[in-house]
Design a protein around this ligand. Structure first.
Ligand SMILES: Nc1ncnc2c1ncn2[C@@H]1O[C@H](COP(=O)(O)OP(=O)(O)OP(=O)(O)O)[C@@H](O)[C@H]1O
Length: 254
């Protein structure tokens, strides 16, 4: 059987001596929209940071198509990281650059392509996210939803196999948030990209997620993994049921 794109194996995460989550084991399959979910402060963003090579595990590993990330040398790690596209909560576009310049940035940094080829790719990526013709705009001239889509175009600049999103719809109104969900779904359909997404928005979780892991702050480990709708229908765990019914975990609210 071929290796899954991402396998999290016996992962324990800590800041100093403080363990955030322990013994995480789950698999992200090709083409999944995989949701990292759980109550506030349980370690969702921290898990994402471990999966994209920004934070070293206290124990355990993350494997990409069977290849260990954390036991690999720096060169192999860089090669693996080139396969990731990342969109952080803020969108993090450079405000002094136009959309085209923002999307071109990783292409200038990581490829030897000619300027004309770069411009072609930039136009294509902006069109993919519905921003054809907006290349010369500055981020501040656009709505929040458009800025997120531009961030998505930049995350896809290098044709990543895997896209990682941290709360992509944070700060968006429900309609823009829906549009962003639809776009993520569309991109997955057309490009077969594997998507890993931190979110606590129930609407997104059920609309686009087909796999997930549920982290619990109280027990400091995962309580479930699988399709969110299956967890809703079948999980016998009250914490998981509470979350999926109301979007919050009473025992960990703070
Ligand atoms: N750099 C850091 N140093 C020390 N502790 C940290 C650091 N970053 C996060 N933490 C702690 O780790 C825990 C998990 O944080 P994290 O941001 O991963 O949770 P989260 O589930 O993404 O939270 P939220 O839903 O509120 O965004 C929290 O208790 C947080 O205070």
């Amino acid at each position: 059987m071929p290796h899954a794109p991402i396998t999290v194996h016996n992962l324990t995460m800590a800041y100093g001596d403080v363990v955030i989550q322990r013994d995480l084991n789950f698999t992200v399959n090709q083409g999944d929209i995989f949701i990292i979910m759980g109550g506030s402060g349980c370690g969702k963003s921290t898990l994402l940071r471990h999966m994209i090579g920004l934070k070293r595990p206290a124990r355990g590993d993350v494997l990409f198509t069977g290849e260990s990330f954390w036991q690999a040398d720096e060169e192999s790690q860089n090669r693996l990281m080139r396969r990731f596209g990342v969109l952080f909560q803020s969108g993090a576009l450079w405000s002094s650059m136009t959309l085209s310049e923002n999307v071109a940035l990783p292409l200038h940094e990581y490829t030897d392509l000619h300027e004309s080829q770069i411009q072609e790719i930039v136009s294509f990526k902006l069109a993919l996210v519905g921003l054809a013709g907006f290349g010369d705009y500055y981020p501040s001239e656009l709505s929040g939803g458009m800025q997120k889509r531009a961030g998505l175009a930049r995350a896809m600049a290098l044709d990543p196999d895997m896209l990682f999103f941290d709360e992509p719809s944070a700060g968006l109104d429900p309609i823009s948030s829906r549009h962003l969900d639809d776009l993520i779904l569309e991109l997955r359909e057309s490009l077969n990209t594997t998507v890993v997404m931190v979110t606590h928005e129930l609407a997104s979780i059920f609309a686009i997620g087909n796999n997930s892991v549920f982290l619990d702050a109280e027990t400091k480990t995962m309580l479930a993994t699988g399709h969110p709708k299956t967890l809703l229908a079948e999980s016998p765990i009250p914490t998981v049921q509470n979350f999926l019914h109301r979007g919050e975990v009473l025992s960990t609210s703070h």
